[in-house]
Design a protein around this ligand. Structure first.
Ligand code: F3S
Length: 64
């Protein structure tokens, strides 16, 4: 499983980071900086899905 962030949509709410600081890293301004396709470790998929759902800007998604 891979996840990505749309930098045009991310507004720095950091709710993803609150769900998992390991999966959803942020930069010094609070914007998610996971890039376009970050791999998620086995067993972390559910947490990743929760973080994606937590974003109010719909900036996070699963990458095919
Ligand atoms: Fe950005 Fe959404 Fe996370 S706005 S910092 S991707 S909660």
């Amino acid at each position: 499983m891979k996840i990505g962030v749309d930098n045009q949509r991310c507004s720095g709410h950091a709710r993803c980071y609150a769900v998992s600081a390991d999966i959803f890293t942020i930069d010094e301004y609070g914007y998610c900086n996971i890039g376009a396709a970050k791999g998620v470790d086995i067993g972390e998929e559910q947490l990743a899905a929760e973080g994606i759902s937590a974003c109010p800007e719909d900036a996070l998604h699963v990458v095919d």
